[in-house]
Design a protein around this ligand. Structure first.
Ligand code: ARG
Length: 580
């Protein structure tokens, strides 16, 4: 259960009973220090101020109409009107006992499952995936996984860049290469970045080629079969590589999730016509434009967003308008989360303002830009190769694997070759993902091999290692965690701290679902692992002089810790191993 939410509801009701206006927030949070109890409500002061009441008197009224006798053994007023809640250890242990054998570790599924579309990854055809796509892929997939764990229906939508004028030059270039080498699709296109660069060069330098390329754009858009075939080849070869990368990364993005820009192409003429009819889009110098008062251009006038060019072509924005409409109408989205680089925030705001004005998506369906910052190198500059080029994702994952292998070799644990290969891969992919997930996504983040592959700090290796530590306790005890039952008893402070952390798993998971920020869960798991290490240091489990009931109780805390680490890392798409 989510204790924070439970107490929040209780205090919110008590606030109203004490005379506060309906909807006054309880401002509930975990207490920063043990002396302030386990949870604290800060909601009284602002309300009392508004009503011109003495806050401590108001707090007393709240407490008087609050019945927490079952869960708390002390509810006190502190300072100017904070309410501190001290949970009953017996209640805590009773609830936790029920979680030990619960495969969800006390995390309830949502009462009303939603259909949530997650726009993620979205690489471009005939280009290598680069680091921004890595961020979108990894963060988007972890949030998807968490939302699914809570019982929602998630549609991962991979909005690949598979449409646009660049396809003219790509088709023309492919045509030339195929003349000399009919097998080119199987060989040279391994290096997509180079293919793209060559066709661009050709286009810029050769007017005759450029003319042909422009012609192919028109033909492709007109549905010409040969052009369509060539286009499909380019999409297929790109996505084959990308799907391999997804598999390697261990994210759940498959061919079924590919819903690229081209998918909305047929909707675009109708949408522009509809917006024209609604008086939203107007003709301006041959183009169709939507003027938005909400945004200003550099002269301070309403911003004009072009939705159809003079030559009849549509734009990235037009596609995103159609795409939002589709996600609501056809996919039945209750909520749409877009994991896109923060530099595209204006683009999305404009597209969605138009979507709302056109009435394509009702306001109760939220369109949320879950933006993220740039990935930087150790020098704090955009992450590039030494030569200044883009870092290919495959190369990055190869390096992660090599470094992980070295790390695991140094550790020298006794493992079979097969076990070792599995651990190396789990640590490699886990580290790349976790280092991204553990930072607040809104800021830029520094990609640092040494940090991410360290056994110390908030890292994948540390978290994975903590899990194996708990497993080794069970091996040593010769006990199978699934057979554990009986009372959990809390006598020592480190036991209590660990118990509180174990209780808060739900809060962390709900936080990720609400904010789309996986670092909330990473921070929680890191604290949990810390609380466990401290507990293990002070509260022996396997020593001979530990009484049987104490041992049984402690083993249950261990079992629940392992379960939550595994479930939590699972939500983050990080694999756990039994030994490392
Ligand atoms: N392909 C785009 C890029 O590489 C990202 C697309 C994001 N999704 C969207 N619905 N616009 O920048």
């Amino acid at each position: 259960m989510n204790v924070l939410k439970f107490l929040d509801q209780k205090i919110t009701a008590a606030l109203v009973a004490a005379g506060a206006p309906e909807g006054s927030p309880a401002m509930m949070r975990p207490s920063a220090r043990a002396q302030f109890g386990d949870y604290q409500s800060n909601g009284v002061m602002p309300v009392a101020k508004k009503l011109g009441m003495n806050p401590r008197e108001m707090a007393q009224k709240v407490i008087d109409s609050l019945d927490l006798s079952e869960v708390a053994d002390k509810v006190e007023i502190a300072g100017p009107g904070f309410i501190n809640i001290f949970l009953k250890p017996e209640w805590l242990t009773q609830v936790l006992s029920g979680y030990v054998q619960d495969e969800r570790a006390g995390v309830a599924k949502v009462e009303k499952p939603q259909t949530i579309v997650v726009d993620l990854s979205a690489p471009n055809v005939a280009k290598e995936m680069h680091v921004a796509h890595l961020r979108s892929t990894v963060i988007g997939d972890a949030v998807s996984q968490t939302l699914e764990f809570l019982g929602n229906k998630v549609v991962r939508a991979n909005h690949i860049g598979d449409w646009g004028t660049q396809f003219g030059m790509l088709i023309a270039h492919l045509e030339e290469l195929q003349k000399t080498n009919p097998e080119v699709m199987n060989s040279e296109l391994g290096d997509l970045e180079n293919f793209y660069r060559q066709s661009k060069k050709h286009y810029d330098e050769n007017p005759e080629f450029a003319e042909r390329a422009r012609n192919y754009v028109v033909k492709l858009q007109g549905g010409d079969e040969w052009c369509r075939e060539q286009w499909q080849k380019l999409v297929d070869v790109t996505m084959e590589q990308n799907l391999n990368t997804y598999k390697r990364l261990g994210v759940k993005i498959t061919a079924e999730n590919t819903m690229g820009e081209s998918m909305y192409n047929d909707m675009l003429p109708g949408i522009v016509a509809d917006m024209k009819e609604k008086g939203l889009a107007v003709e301006d110098d041959g183009a169709m434009v939507v003027y938005l008062n909400e945004f200003q251009n550099k002269d301070g006038d309403p911003m004009g967003v072009i939705v159809q060019k003079r030559d009849g072509g549509f734009l990235y924005t037009t596609t995103d308008i159609a795409c939002a409409k589709y996600r609501y109408e056809t996919l039945g989205a209750d909520r749409v989360l877009y994991y896109i680089d923060k530099r595209q925030s204006d683009h999305l705001k404009q597209a969605w303002t138009i979507v709302r004005k056109a009435g394509y998506v009702p306001v109760n369906v939220s369109l949320e830009h879950h933006s993220f910052g740039m990935m930087l190198g150790k020098d704090n500059k955009p992450f590039k190769t030494r030569a200044g080029g883009v870092v290919k994702l495959a190369t990055l994952l190869d390096e992660a694997t090599a470094r992980s292998e070295k790390l695991i070799n140094e550790k020298g644990a006794d493992m079979t070759a097969e076990q070792k290969a599995q651990v190396v891969n789990a640590v490699a992919m886990g580290s790349v993902k976790y280092s991204d997930l553990s930072k607040n996504r809104t800021s830029d983040y520094v990609f640092d091999w040494d940090n991410m592959l360290s056994f110390e700090g908030n890292t994948a290796p540390y978290m994975m290692y903590a899990y194996t530590r708990v497993q080794s306790i069970f091996r040593k005890a010769g006990v199978d965690a699934v057979s554990l039952s009986g009372e959990i008893k809390i006598t020592e402070q480190p036991e209590r701290e660990l118990a509180m952390k174990l209780m808060q798993f739900s809060e962390a998971v709900d936080g990720v679902a609400r904010e789309g920020m996986p670092h909330i869960l990473c921070a929680y798991l890191f604290e949990l692992a810390g609380a466990f290490m401290k507990f293990y240091e002070f509260c022996p489990v396997n020593k001979d002089d530990v009484a049987a009931d104490v041992k049984n109780s402690r083993l249950q805390l261990c079992a629940l810790t392992a379960r939550i680490l595994k479930l939590g890392l699972g939500c983050l798409t990080i694999e756990t191993v039994e030994q490392m």
